[in-house]
Design a protein around this ligand. Structure first.
Ligand code: HEM
Length: 529
């Protein structure tokens, strides 16, 4: 260090050079520490990932994180250091240990998904707090409760086919947008108890503000986390209608959900609907109001954010899954024909969707859905968790560093796996890039076949895994089957190469996947019989 008297006589330029040199020295020492002396130094991975988060962030920004992490597994093995403090893994036993046995808390990444500036189940990081939150909604999604909504779910599916029949295969439709509107109707009905008419709006070319807000919400999240809090109000007043619309998406959804909540409360107060569990079938917000009265659990703000969380979590994921399923069918006549053969038998009346339990028993339909969720699972990204501190009480306190396949990870390390890679493990799923529903069918009744299917099932995690698994997965499983059944029974799907092709459908990821062109134009041609 130069003595104080020397500092006083430095020129501005010399002073600047000194500051820059000290900063470079600091960065060099930090990089050397992270590379050679950090507790994670032994974990394999590229040196540039160990030195700075910038490398992985650059892939996040390019929306190619899933593929990048997969290429690291292929090069370095099942445990990889992807950042100075981040380790990714691809191993079923470790997955169970992190998500099911130790139940590590979520990482702060999830806070970018807050709704109405408030937590919902997905963004509640500590396991213990999440358990309480989950109780407010989980009974709604058990199969016996969802079965009560079967008539409405079927109704919306019939409406979808009616609309496609009206179009009659004369033009292509932007299927991603169509399914998004369809899912807003499904969730509005099951969560808020209202018929929103979003799909009809789509068919009549009328802008649907709720669907538009759900679509804009993830972009708002990215923007919000990139802009400092003090600058946010300036961004929201930017001289661009589109930017203001994106900023406002959270408010539009909150207003919609808030209005439904107050309507529901008015109806309860007027005695039009019960609050004491006397009516068996109730939308989720009614259930949450009841939960609040019985357990003094959630305030209005919490209920609004929770319900918004279900809109956000359910609409894009399901509509993306459906769009990719039909895109695959447009390319695979063999799969379409096999599905149609099974559905022609199961749906002798092509306008009547079989009961949920019957749908769940159709072998090829189920094999198709599983394969689609393996290859096109809509949320295949890293599910970040934090190794707990030894002092403060995690669910399962660790007495020492967390042993991940021989590497000791200290408290605070962010660990994660991604469905993208678990689903592309060639030992479990031979020829993983081939779309092959048949892999889910038993060749015979042998123990070896059963063992093979069970290993695949354990590694199939499109809805996440453990206590933080997707809250709405039962609803998604039903809706995906209903839509595929009724549409495939009634239509052949075609993609015009000039509109929709490998390039436009190339998968990008930003927690959920989406096609490079952000759309999926398909033609639904009515079948002749
Ligand atoms: C194909 C459709 C869907 C896929 C692929 C999917 C996938 C996922 C995944 C991977 C997670 C998170 C896991 C994590 O962070 O560890 C999740 C969480 C969640 N999803 Fe889904 N999801 C789908 C549909 C739905 C639907 C229809 C709803 C509700 C209407 C829903 C509601 C939720 C909720 C509430 C959570 C947070 C769960 C919690 O932490 O308690 N999802 N989903």
């Amino acid at each position: 260090m130069p003595p104080f008297s020397t500092l006083c006589i430095l020129t501005t330029t010399q002073y600047l050079i000194l500051v820059i040199s000290l900063f470079v020295l600091y960065l060099t020492v930090l990089a050397l520490y992270r590379l050679f002396f950090s507790p994670l130094a032994a974990v394999p991975g590229p040196w540039y990932a160990a030195v700075s988060d910038l490398w992985i962030i650059s892939h996040v920004v390019r929306m190619q994180q899933c593929r990048t992490v997969q290429s690291l597994f292929e090069k370095y093995g099942p445990v990889v250091r992807i950042g100075p403090n981040k380790v990714a893994f691809c191993d079923a036993t470790t997955m169970r240990s992190v998500y099911c046995v130790h139940k590590f808390d979520k990482s702060p990444y999830y806070k970018s998904l807050l709704t109405n500036n408030n937590d919902h189940a997905m963004t509640t990081l500590p396991h213990a707090e999440h358990v309480i939150r989950k109780k407010s909604y989980s009974p709604h999604y058990i199969p016996s409760n969802l079965a009560l909504f079967q008539p409405e779910l079927q109704d919306f599916s019939y409406k979808l086919t009616d609309i496609l029949e009206r179009i009659g295969g004369k033009t292509s439709v932007e299927s991603l947008d169509m399914f998004r509107h369809f899912m807003v109707d499904i969730i509005s009905c099951t969560v808020f108890g209202v018929r929103n008419g979003s799909l009809e709006n789509w068919a009549s070319n009328v802008r649907d503000p709720v669907t538009a807000a759900v679509y804009d919400f993830p972009v708002r999240g990215i923007l919000r986390s990139a802009v400092p809090t003090w600058a946010w109000s300036f961004v929201c007043r930017a001289p661009s209608d589109r930017v203001r619309e994106i900023c406002n998406s959270d408010n539009i959804m909150a207003e919609f959900v808030g209005d439904r909540l107050y309507e529901m409360r008015t109806n309860i107060q007027a005695g039009k609907v019960g609050i004491d569990g006397d009516s068996e079938k109730m939308p989720l917000i009614q259930r949450m109001l009841q939960y609040r009265i019985l357990s003094e659990g959630m305030c209005d703000q919490d209920i609004i954010s929770e319900a918004m969380g279900h809109l956000v979590a359910g609409v894009d994921t399901s509509s993306l899954s459906l769009a990719y399923m039909f895109w695959e069918l447009s390319r695979r006549r063999d799969i379409t024909q096999r599905l149609q053969a099974e559905l022609d038998d199961a749906m002798t009346d092509k306008k009547v969707i079989p009961d949920i339990n019957a749908l769940m028993r159709l072998p090829y339909l189920n094999a198709f859905i599983k394969e689609a969720m393996r290859v096109y699972g809509a949320a295949p990204s890293l599910l970040e968790r934090v190794v707990p501190s030894r002092a403060c009480g995690a669910v399962s306190k660790l007495d020492e560093d967390f042993d991940m396949m021989g590497y000791a990870l200290p408290p605070g390390t962010v660990v994660s796996t991604q469905a993208w890679s678990m689903h592309r493990d060639a030992e479990i799923f031979p020829s993983p890039e081939t779309f092959l529903p048949e892999r889910w069918l038993a060749a015979d009744g042998s123990d070896a076949e059963e063992e093979r299917l069970s290993r695949m099932a354990q590694q199939l995690i499109p809805f996440g895994v453990g206590t933080r698994v997707c809250g709405g997965q039962n609803l998604a499983q039903i809706v995906l089957r209903m839509v595929v059944a009724v549409v495939v029974r009634n239509f052949n799907v075609i993609a015009k190469p000039e509109e929709t092709n490998e390039r436009t459908m190339e998968i990008r990821d930003a927690f959920t996947i989406f096609p490079a062109s952000k759309e999926c134009k398909l033609t639904f041609v009515p079948r002749s019989h």
